[in-house]
Design a protein around this ligand. Structure first.
Ligand code: ADE
Length: 223
């Protein structure tokens, strides 16, 4: 899979992709991530990528031209399954959306800033708009990192233990059960007996019951 991220703040995206699972996924060749600085596609001598909104009002709007030039250049070397705009008014991101996107070959994530992008970009280039929640971030970069992370960890071979993404919260519509590690007793606080029993079937049943109970408590709307 290939993910291209278009941003006017490329440095904001450096660290998430240069550490831990996301870095290993790239090192192993499971995913290619390219970060493109929108300013490199500006024809303006000051590398301007935004301008005042027609009709007035506070805040700048990202211009169509640098975005068009960047997308055109990318499309000249490969085709894209999705060109996604990160926006607080997009469709709410979810595990099922991450699952779906992890099956794509090439995607572009466009990070918005200021008052957003010229509407013509959304109308003519964007295939999908994603929000990571009903709150407004300073820009789409952190949201793009969240979406890319959720997708990349699902790509086969990215996680060492192949089953661990399958047992994540939400993969079966349930949140994950509680987990414990050594010591079995700490300062009088004990680990549930069943987990120490070695009885695989009972452990599996207990985990399922706990997941159902937690889902009822924490996500009652999922019932
Ligand atoms: N850009 C600003 N806020 C955002 C959000 N909540 N989700 C996605 N992109 C955003």
């Amino acid at each position: 899979m290939r993910i291209d991220i278009i941003t006017c703040l490329p440095r904001l995206l450096e660290s998430p992709f240069n550490d831990s699972i996301l870095k290993r996924a790239q090192d192993k060749g499971r995913v290619e991530v390219y970060i493109h600085d929108l300013r490199d596609y500006s024809t303006d001598k000051h590398k301007k990528i935004d301008d005042y909104a027609f009709g007035g009002g506070a805040g700048m709007v990202m211009m169509i031209e640098p975005i068009d030039r960047c997308i055109r250049e990318l499309k000249s070397s490969q085709s894209y399954d999705e060109i996604i705009y990160m926006s607080p008014d997009g469709q709410q991101f979810s595990q099922s959306m991450a699952n779906e996107l992890s099956l794509k070959k090439n995607i572009i994530l466009l990070c918005g800033h200021y008052k957003g992008v010229d509407e013509r970009v959304r109308e003519h280039y964007i295939t999908r708009e994603i929000s990571i929640g009903d709150y407004v971030l300073s820009g789409g970069e952190l949201a793009a990192a969240v979406v890319a992370d959720a997708i990349i960890r699902l790509i086969p071979g990215v996680l060492n233990d192949e089953t661990s993404a399958l047992t994540d919260s939400f993969q079966d519509g349930l949140v994950a059960p509680p987990v414990y590690t050594r010591p079995a007793e700490y300062d009088g606080l004990k680990v549930p007996e069943v987990l120490l029993s070695g009885h695989e079937k009972k452990i599996e049943e207990w985990r399922f019951e706990q997941s159902v109970k937690r889902t009822k408590q924490r996500r009652p709307e999922k019932e």
